[in-house]
Write a protein that binds this ligand. Structure first.
Ligand SMILES: [Zn+2]
Length: 494
């Protein structure tokens, strides 16, 4: 009898622990399992951030073919490009999402097409899709500013900033957005943008990869029912994103601006959420941030469908750090600089500005010294402690053009190690502008473009220890000369 009791007890303990173990496996939410399977939904035809209207048109056709979307044209850009509206689902809660009203902000556009692939898929996540379809009516406007996207510029072809046109509605793109919002009267709106990659999340070294805002609807920045829902949805996305990019989430300044669509829609009673995609280390093409966007949007849609966001406490919004413009692409700390015979140690902040490539379909970079002095409250995507190092300008190697043409990467790297950063052709004029697949820059002068380290100067120099080059900064990129050859996105012809 006693033995039986012991066996029974042991059996019960084992059963309970098996059930508990199963529970902990099931704790992983659907959306997180979708994240694990993201590659299944990743729209592979979009390979970089320079998405064009023609890409969007083709992908919309593919989604029409799924039979799950209703599409319509809601307007035309100044150049006559269609502005498209896609509807998915038959639920009660209407949600409007629009992307790329600024033509050079495409991260969310890429993510929307990944999301469409998810929504039209058939697999183990059918219950999540069905829940979204049954509870929500989703309205998408991907790429509101196709003319801007075509030339990779913020504004439309009238030079109007569409996000400052919510009152005057001078732009056809702004009118299309306002019309659809008035026709549909969504409960919730997502205003999808990109921000500078140089924002940090608060006073930290973490980039603001995603920044949120529940825009104000009046100057005193009051809270009302509509803005409360937007805030709670932000908190829901923040909780989820902290598991993927801990510390890389911030919030945008909430000063009221009635020219902006977010603020205007909030005042119209649409719970509007601004999502700004910023930077993430080693993701210049924003393909990881695209995945982060996909995940944030799916998290929000699931939460809206389940109304689970209502459990979020508004006071937690205060805990999200503010955007802080305190990042540089490269920070060099405590380097010795010699200027007109006077040596001193200081810090350098270097940024890469972007130069649009052919057909606005690629990007080159130009590294410049942007700040010099106390950078204690600033951080770099890349940093180097240079208290043992001295900054010296690179030398110019004189070569025949034919010698330059034959130069291998190993030979170029060897020249960098010897202190050369530039080549001047002896027998021809060399071209200006970005050069790819090179380590050495070209110049038509006997000396390089960096005279002395100063604000606005080209970030082209060496960091030496006892006269020997240990690092090179080539066009703003840091190269460790004691490591293997590293590729650079581009160098420059001066
Ligand atoms: Zn924007």
């Amino acid at each position: 009898m006693r033995l039986q009791t012991i066996f029974l007890t042991v059996f019960l303990i084992i059963s309970v622990s098996i059930v508990a173990a199963q529970d902990s496996v099931q704790v992983k939410k659907d959306v997180d399992r979708v994240w694990d399977n993201y590659e299944l939904y990743h729209e592979t035809s979009i390979k970089n951030r320079f998405v064009k209207h023609s890409d969007v048109q083709q992908l919309i056709q593919k989604n029409i073919n799924s039979g799950l979307f209703i599409t319509e044209e809601i307007g035309r850009s100044i150049k006559g490009r269609s502005i498209n509206h896609l509807t998915y689902g038959r639920g009660k809660t209407k949600v409007l999402l629009w992307s790329q009203m600024h033509g050079d902000e495409s991260t969310a556009t890429m993510a929307l097409f990944d999301l469409f692939n998810f929504l039209t898929g058939i697999d183990e996540f059918d219950s999540l899709r069905k829940m979204i379809r049954d509870n929500l009516e989703l309205h998408f406007v991907p790429m509101l500013n196709p003319d801007g996207a075509q030339e990779w510029k913020r504004r439309n072809d009238q030079e109007i900033d569409i996000n400052r046109d919510a009152r005057l509605l001078v732009s056809p793109e702004g009118r299309a957005l306002m019309n659809i919002a008035k026709n549909i009267q969504p409960e919730i709106g997502f205003n999808l943008h990109d921000q500078s990659t140089l924002y940090a999340a608060g006073r930290t070294d973490k980039s603001a990869t995603i920044s949120f805002l529940a825009p104000a609807y009046n100057y005193p920045k009051d809270m009302n029912a509509s803005r409360k829902i937007a805030t709670q949805l932000i908190l829901t996305m923040n909780d989820a994103l902290q598991t993927k990019i801990p510390g890389n989430i911030a919030k945008y300044d909430d000063a009221f601006d009635p020219r902006c669509f977010g603020d205007t829609f909030q005042a119209m009673g649409i719970s509007t959420i601004l999502i700004e995609s910023g930077g993430f280390k080693a993701d210049p093409e924003k393909q990881y941030i695209r995945k982060i966007n996909f995940y944030a949007l799916l998290t929000a849609l699931e939460s809206i469908a389940k109304k689970s966001y209502i459990s979020q406490s508004l006071s937690n919004y205060e805990l999200i750090p503010e955007n802080s413009r305190s990042l540089y692409d490269l920070v060099i700390r405590n380097v010795s600089i010699n200027k007109e015979g006077i040596s001193f140690r200081t810090n350098l902040g270097i940024n890469l500005s972007q130069i649009k490539g052919p057909a606005f379909a690629s990007m080159s970079y130009n590294g410049r010294i942007e700040e010099l002095g106390d950078l204690e409250l600033s951080y770099g995507y890349h940093e180097i402690e240079a208290s043992q190092l001295s900054l010296i300008p690179g030398k110019v190697k004189l070569l025949l053009k034919s010698e330059w043409d034959k130069l291998t990467q190993e030979e170029e790297f060897q020249l960098v190690k010897e202190g050369y950063l530039f080549v001047k052709w002896l027998d021809a004029k060399s071209p200006a502008g970005p050069l790819s697949n090179r380590l050495l820059n070209l110049t038509n002068n006997e000396i390089g473009p960096l005279k002395a380290a100063g604000i606005g100067q080209q970030a082209q120099f060496l960091l030496t220890r006892e006269g020997k080059p240990e690092f090179a900064v080539i066009n703003g990129y840091l190269l460790n000369l004691n490591q293997d050859i590293q590729q650079l996105p581009n160098v420059f012809g001066y």
